[in-house]
Design a protein around this ligand. Structure first.
Ligand SMILES: NC(=O)C1=CN([C@@H]2O[C@H](COP(=O)(O)OP(=O)(O)OC[C@H]3O[C@@H](n4cnc5c(N)ncnc54)[C@H](O)[C@@H]3O)[C@@H](O)[C@H]2O)C=CC1
Ligand SMILES: O=C(O)[C@@H]1CCC=N1
Length: 274
C-alpha cells in the first residue's frame, strides 16, 4: 500500500487522531484520502477547519474503500463505535490507539484479524511522541511498514512481542507525559514558594526537563551516573535527594505506575469483548 494513494478512515477525531492525521497531511497525504467518523459537531468543525478533511456524524458506506482504519475513540466507547463501523469496512488493516482494549476484542467486533494495537503519547502532537506497537499474527510485514510510515511524523515507534506488555507501556510512556507535567508543576510551585516570579520558575522547570532529557538521550552513561554527577557530597542536590529517599518517593512512584498498569488491564476486562 502506498501512502500517496491509500484511503484512511479515523474512528474518533480527538487529540490522538489529530496528532496522527496532522502528521499524515504534513507527509503529503491529501485530505480527500481521509474520512473521519466523529459524532460531536464542534470536533467535526475543528477537523474541517484545521485539516480540510470530511468528518461524518455516523459510520456509513463512505468507509468501504478504507484500507486502513485508525481507532482513536475512548476505551469506553470502542465497542459501540466498532458495532456501528464494522459492517462498512472490508479487508482493512486496523490500527487502534485505545488504552486497554485487547486485539481479541477488536478482532471479535470488526471480524478482522489484521490488527495492530498501539500506545502513543501526547508529545505526538509536536512530533516527539513514543509509540509502542503490537501486531497480531495475521499482520504482514508490509502492514507493519505502513503503520510505521503512518506514525513516523508523530515521533519514534517500537514493536513489542507480547500484547500484555502494552499495559506496562501504557503505564510508562502512555501516561508518562502526565507524570512529567506533575513534576514540572511541583518544581515550578517550589520555585515560586522560594521567591521566584511564577512565570520564571515555570520556564526554569520546563527547560530543566527538556535539557536533562536531551542529556540522557545523548549520553552513553545511564541516568544514575548522570544523577551522581549533579550530586556533590554535602551539597544542595544531596540535600534534596536525601529528603526524597527518606520519603521513599521512588517507591511511591513505582507503586503509582503499577496502579496505572493494573488499570490498563482492567479497562480491557471492563470494556472488552462480549
Ligand atoms: N490522551 C492521551 O494521552 C492518550 C490517549 N490514548 C488513547 O487514545 C484514545 C483517544 O484518546 P483522545 O484522543 O485523548 O480522546 P478524545 O476525547 O480527544 O477523542 C476521542 C474522540 O472520539 C469521539 N467519539 C466518541 N464516540 C464516538 C463514536 N461512537 N464513534 C466515533 N467517534 C466517537 C469523541 O467525540 C472524541 O472526539 C483513547 O482510547 C485513549 O486511551 C492513548 C495514548 C495517549
Ligand atoms: O489515561 C489514559 O487512560 C490514557 C491512556 C494513556 C494516556 N492517557
Amino acid at each position: 500500500m502506498d501512502l500517496h494513494s491509500i484511503r484512511i478512515a479515523f474512528i474518533g477525531g480527538g487529540n490522538m487522531a489529530s496528532a496522527i492525521l496532522g502528521g499524515l497531511l504534513r507527509q503529503g497525504l491529501a485530505p480527500s484520502q481521509v474520512q473521519v467518523v466523529e459524532p460531536f459537531e464542534e470536533a467535526r468543525g475543528r477537523l474541517a477547519r484545521e485539516f480540510g478533511v470530511t468528518a461524518h456524524e455516523q459510520a456509513g458506506d463512505f468507509l468501504a474503500p478504507a484500507q486502513l482504519v485508525v481507532w482513536a475513540v475512548k476505551p469506553q466507547t470502542f465497542r459501540a463505535a466498532a458495532q456501528a463501523v464494522a459492517a462498512h469496512t472490508h479487508n482493512a488493516l486496523h490500527l487502534s490507539v485505545a488504552a486497554g482494549i485487547r486485539s481479541d476484542s477488536i478482532a471479535h467486533w470488526t471480524g478482522s484479524e489484521r490488527i495492530v494495537r498501539s500506545m502513543p503519547n501526547t508529545p505526538a502532537l509536536v512530533g516527539r511522541g513514543m509509540t509502542a506497537l503490537f501486531a497480531r499474527a495475521a499482520v504482514s510485514a508490509a502492514d507493519r511498514q505502513l503503520v510505521e510510515q503512518v506514525l513516523a511524523p508523530t515521533g519514534a515507534t517500537l514493536w513489542v512481542d507480547a500484547e500484555q506488555q502494552l499495559d506496562a507501556v501504557t503505564a510508562l510512556s502512555g501516561s508518562g507525559p502526565a507524570y512529567v507535567f506533575y513534576f514540572i508543576e511541583a518544581m515550578a510551585r517550589a520555585g515560586a514558594e522560594m521567591g521566584l516570579p511564577p512565570a520564571k520558575a515555570l520556564q526554569l522547570a520546563i527547560g530543566t526537563f527538556a535539557g536533562a532529557s536531551e542529556l540522557a538521550r545523548a549520553s552513553s552513561e545511564p541516568p544514575a551516573v548522570l544523577r551522581e554527577r549533579v550530586t556533590s557530597k554535602g551539597g544542595t542536590t544531596y540535600a534534596a535527594l536525601t529528603s526524597l529517599q527518606q520519603d521513599a518517593v521512588a517507591d511511591r512512584f513505582v507503586a503509582a505506575m503499577h496502579a496505572a498498569c493494573r488499570r490498563a488491564a482492567e479497562l480491557g476486562d471492563e470494556f472488552g469483548r462480549d
